[in-house]
Ligand binder design. Sequence first.
Ligand SMILES: [Zn+2]
Length: 288
Amino acid sequence: MRGGQLCPVIEPCAFTARPIPIAKHENRSDMTTTLPINIVAFIFGACIGSFLNVCIYRIPAGLSIVHPGSSCPRCKTMIPFYNNIPILSYLLLVGKCGTCKAPIAIRYPLVELLGGFFALACLLSFGPTLHGLVVFAFIATLIVVTFIDLDHRIIPDTISLPGIPIFFLAALVIPTMTWRTSALGILAGGGSLFVVAGVYQLITGREGMGGGDIKLLAMIGAMIGWQGILFTLFAASAIGTLVGVSAMIRSGKGMRLAIPFGPFLAMGTITYLFFGNAIIVWYVNMLR
Ligand SMILES: [Zn+2]
């Protein structure tokens, strides 16, 4: 209920047919979603996650992401639809191919689970809105980028370059974004990593940051603006340093160990999408 209305509106409850005062839920009047809708969102996200698995596997190989259908990498048997149900099939088949019993990587149900989780998180955070759908599409893109970067140490231009204009336009449905903050985000994202990469190369004489990271951060900037880029760079560097230093110590390779930076950029960005405003408010208050 909005507009400072004081008298509670009485509506019959669909289950008991008894009137229930809506005023009880007034804080979440726009956002209230019911359990069935939440479940549908999760299943939708898990199905998208299943498609993301296809993208992660096929885009770096230069294969079509729509044709042909999925098949077992070992015995090449086409996977029938009833063995291709997100998460459930993996559990029912106990992680093995239905035909040749080759083990299926845990990565597949994990990406499906991530899809379901983030679809639900977007619904609960942004409501059943275009804003929520756009944020979910963006996170789905980041999931694909993250796993491709982990597997191949590349961020395909076929994702990041078209992503810049696509998310520049998509960001216009986000209430806090304008075309200016988005355009500045692209410049800040592309520019800042360009400078960092240049300085790194100047000091160490080696190329540390791939050009792929620069294009990725330009795409991220289109979606979350220059303020988001500041946060994401800070968060990604902090997480990346922690993980990087511990990995260097464990591997004994020191500074020569190359760690993909894309996954950290994705983690920083997703944190900003859900908690950015809250974190900035907290930080500004702390400085006072
Ligand atoms: Zn098989």
